[in-house]
Ligand binder design. Structure first.
Ligand code: HEC
Length: 197
């Protein structure tokens, strides 16, 4: 009996601090999708606009500066505007700040598995319970386009100065060697339960 109550107490204790994924209630999915899609598109459109602008003005060299300094600032800005936490993440990251956590890894695996069987899902949703609070996560996949190869393509075909610059800024860069159409990663939008309105 004593042992049992100890186990129950320990369970409660750990129960309070564990984080785990739980089932996403079906009726919540449309709203998660609506917020997640709008928020991730807002980031992607903003980044693309900045990127094209910088490429036109100063070429890929200057655009790399923009990417490395501005991507994070713009993400923060959109987080503040929308109130949702956002992150771009991938297995082969350039910026170590974009390294996936274990739930993001689960989402990335979901897309990679689907792609292996010839499908490309439009999104993935997750519910994570921490300290009895639920946070929903929306993941939007991103594909590599021709434009991206300037900085994420085969390094032997890239501008040597740019390759050097990227190596200096990101010594552990893994985000090269992509081809058009490859799965690049996801935009993750976190939506706390009480903001799902
Ligand atoms: C001018 C160079 C340049 C171009 C063009 C470019 N990127 Fe990047 N990309 C970077 C740099 C530098 C980083 C690292 C800084 C950061 O966190 O954004 C990065 C980071 C990323 C990340 C975050 C994950 C990671 O690897 O750290 C994703 C996702 C990404 N790029 C996708 C794309 C896609 C998709 C395109 C084409 C639409 C693209 N990039 C075009 C330079 C570029």
């Amino acid at each position: 009996m004593k042992k049992l109550s100890f186990l129950v107490a320990a369970g409660l204790l750990f129960g309070c601090t564990t984080t785990q994924t739980v089932q996403v209630p079906q009726e919540k999915e449309p709203k998660i999708k609506e917020i997640g899609e709008a928020t991730s598109m807002k980031l992607l459109k903003t980044l693309r606009g900045e990127l094209l602008n910088a490429m036109q003005q100063g070429g890929p060299d200057q655009a790399t500066e923009v990417c490395s300094k501005k991507a994070m600032t713009l993400t923060k800005q959109i987080e503040n505007e929308t109130g949702y936490s956002i992150k771009r993440t991938t297995f082969k990251y350039r910026n170590p700040a974009n390294k996936p956590d274990k739930y993001e890894e689960e989402a990335l695996n979901y897309f990679e598995e689907a792609i292996k069987s010839g499908k490309m899902p439009a999104y993935y949703v997750q519910a994570i319970k921490e300290n009895n609070k639920i946070v929903y996560r929306y993941y939007k996949p991103q594909k590599v386009e021709g434009l991206c190869l300037t900085c994420h393509g085969d390094p032997s075909l890239m501008d040597p100065n740019l390759v050097k610059k990227i190596k200096t800024l990101y010594p552990t860069d893994m985000a090269v060697g992509y081809k058009e159409g490859d799965f690049r990663g996801v935009v993750r939008v976190s939506i706390p339960e009480d903001k799902l309105k």
